[in-house]
Write a protein that binds this ligand. Sequence first.
Ligand SMILES: Nc1nc2c(ncn2[C@@H]2O[C@H](COP(=O)(O)OP(=O)(O)O)[C@@H](O)[C@H]2O)c(=O)[nH]1
Ligand SMILES: [Mg+2]
Length: 391
Amino acid sequence: MLIGIIGAPNKGKSTFFKAATLAEVEIEDRPFVTIKPNRGTGYVKIECVDKFFNEQCNPRLGFCLNHYRFIPFELIDVAGLVPGASEGKGLGSQFLDDLNEADALIQIIDISGNTDSEGNRVSGYDPEDDIKFLENELDRWYLRIIKKGWERFSRTVIQENLDVKKAIAKQLSGLRVNEAITAEVLKKLNLSLRPSDWKESDLLNLARELRKKTKPMVIVANKIDVKGASQNYEILKGKYDIIACSAEIELALREAAKKKVIEYVPGENNFKIVNNDLSENHKKALEFMKKFLDSYGNTGVQEVLNKVVFDVLKCIAIYPGGVKTLADKNGNILPDCFLMLDGSTALDFAYKLHTDFGKNFIRAIDVKTKRTVGKEHKLKNKDVIEIVANR
Ligand SMILES: Nc1nc2c(ncn2[C@@H]2O[C@H](COP(=O)(O)OP(=O)(O)O)[C@@H](O)[C@H]2O)c(=O)[nH]1
Ligand SMILES: [Mg+2]
């Protein structure tokens, strides 16, 4: 799974990325600091099942803090996108191709209104404009790919009597478009089966619908800590599904926790100071952050990551484990936890663990209830599953 972070320049994309991954990246108050995409590991947070079993788990990947398990997935932070990027403005839209493979997008806007669509410092910019232009640029990115060799494509479809949805799905497979999605979109748009009849507006509608389906998005109202930002947030909250966030505060908290100045579990509404040997400035900064958490509940970063994986992409977290022991052969308890699509079955999970487990599947056991389940059994979030297979 790959999640892309996008938005106009200077909105806090790299700060969000760094807060989520603690990777070393460049952050500056000017447009186009990021040129080459940053890739790193972000984590979703669940209440770990180790508590249910009265154990402390030992994750192989990710980590567990106070019985909150953090499960890894891949994040990518790309260069800022400006209006007209699809026509080559700013850094153009070529770099969007870094996002081809993304399953979903996190759009960062600056809710303080202090940066314009090109990332320049201003005051009173309407952050809603970012949402509007960005969607348009994404649609044009899809359109560009659809139109690549379009004439020849539409001719071939007719001459060779090809199935339109198959042909389009093939043309856009790099963007994660498949036949089922194409069929659904063609039906919704009521398009004829002769692509040579389609007008420019039909193509743009097609691009838009395919983009919405293959790059679902969460909008993040970043810089909510800035004075005046909450008024803007209140206005947009009614219109969009949008999460208030301070990537900068989350980054400061995670860095302080890494340096053992505080104890902080990402996404929580508090932290504990564990190093009392601090300068006045440090103390002031921590006080500011405490006040922020008191009024907002959390910084929003973890909420966004969870939302995109669990709500938008509809994933569930599944642990492999055994009824006899939750440990692997090295004694690590519940070392793995996998993100799978909601609706996955016991057999899907067996294949995920190992092809041989899938091929030689006999039964599975729901370790929490100790009940035996069959191939078709649908898994639930936070299930612990033992696979019994022929050797
Ligand atoms: N006040 C505040 N500033 C932020 C926040 N996130 C980022 N910034 C600042 O915004 C500027 C641009 O950040 P950066 O992450 O490089 O933006 P990008 O161009 O979108 O990647 C930097 O000066 C950051 O310190 C935030 O949540 N609150
Ligand atoms: Mg950046």
